[in-house]
Design a protein around this ligand. Structure first.
Ligand SMILES: [Zn+2]
Length: 133
């Protein structure tokens, strides 16, 4: 019996942001959980840039509506339900931002450029100007 909290919980996701290797480990474990053991995973939006689906796939938001760029105060880790609740609450408050979202799958996600070149963290605010606001 696998401990799903290691790859499908908020603490596990927070932990995984410390390096590209940790994050890739987590996404590999999620893929195995689904494709080898048939587990259905929680869907997460991470850093407002990445989408982890219930089958262990990872996608990257593309085009002009990258969530963290539209909503700079977006929490770092959200379930998909929390994410849509947040987006809808922002729209009702009059920001008027309708968000239509495109996601790309495949290739190296996240790429090395998503990682801070100094500390190696994925959530480093030095490498992500949107987080400083
Ligand atoms: Zn850094």
């Amino acid at each position: 019996m696998e401990d799903i909290s290691k790859y499908d919980s908020r603490p596990a996701l927070e932990q995984s942001l410390s390096s590209l290797e940790d994050f890739r480990w987590l996404t590999t474990e999620r893929r195995k959980a689904h494709y080898e053991r048939g587990e259905r995973l929680t869907e997460w939006v991470v850093l407002g840039r990445f989408f982890l689906d219930s089958c262990g796939n990872i996608g990257e938001y593309i085009s002009e509506n990258i969530p963290v760029e539209v909503f700079p105060r977006l929490p770092i880790i959200m379930t998909i339900d929390e994410f849509w609740e947040y987006v809808n609450s922002q729209s009702h408050s009059g920001s008027g931002k309708d968000i239509s979202i495109s996601i790309r799958y495949g290739g190296a996600i996240p790429s090395k450029s998503s990682v801070c070149s100094v500390c190696g963290r994925l959530d480093c605010i030095e490498s992500n100007p949107h987080r400083k606001k």
